[in-house]
Design a protein around this ligand. Sequence first.
Ligand code: G3P
Length: 208
Amino acid sequence: MKTAILLVLAYLLGSIPSGIWIGKLFFKKDIREFGSGNSGTTNTFRVLGKTAGLVVFAMDLLKGTLATCLPLIFHLDINPLWFGLIAVIGHTLPIFAGFKGGKAVATSAGMLLGFAPLFFFYSLAFFLIVLYITSMVSAASIASAIFVTLSSIILPYIWPTILPTQNWLLTIVCLALTCYIIYRHKENIQRIKDGTENRVSFGLNKKE
Ligand code: G3P
């Protein structure tokens, strides 16, 4: 019973549509009607600016982290990845926003932060490098998802400080999320192919 309640809580946490609520509350805008139409961090930066973007990123990240930490907080002997995964599902299919949510990236990252913090920062470094090179958050997100999955397999052998033990559930969850992230980015992928994908600066000396 406790497990079921906490899984529902993880879903509800993931369902908090940060970008939509911040946009409506402080800017009187539904960000889904602007930019890429996505309700996630990138479109919040694009439509509402840096401060709102950072707040939404923090919220979308930390809801994944908090959900992942639920079994630890409530002393449940269940792999925390299940709770993180449920939060990601909530983020992409939120009950509070007509089941139309984000593209799974920030909350998946939050899951990693809760599960293996060093692995999160290692992956974040890769994301930022790809973002700097491409100026496309979508490309950086997809590349990072693939990188994280591969890293979850090889890191325990080559850099155990970052990820000490082989964890096949982590790899399977990362693989499933990678497939899902690619699927959720299908329009971005088409725009990348067409050369029309949105480019961002985030103060990184690239053109907006
Ligand atoms: O996490 C979403 C990002 O990868 C792309 O967002 O708004 O450019 O479709 P957007």
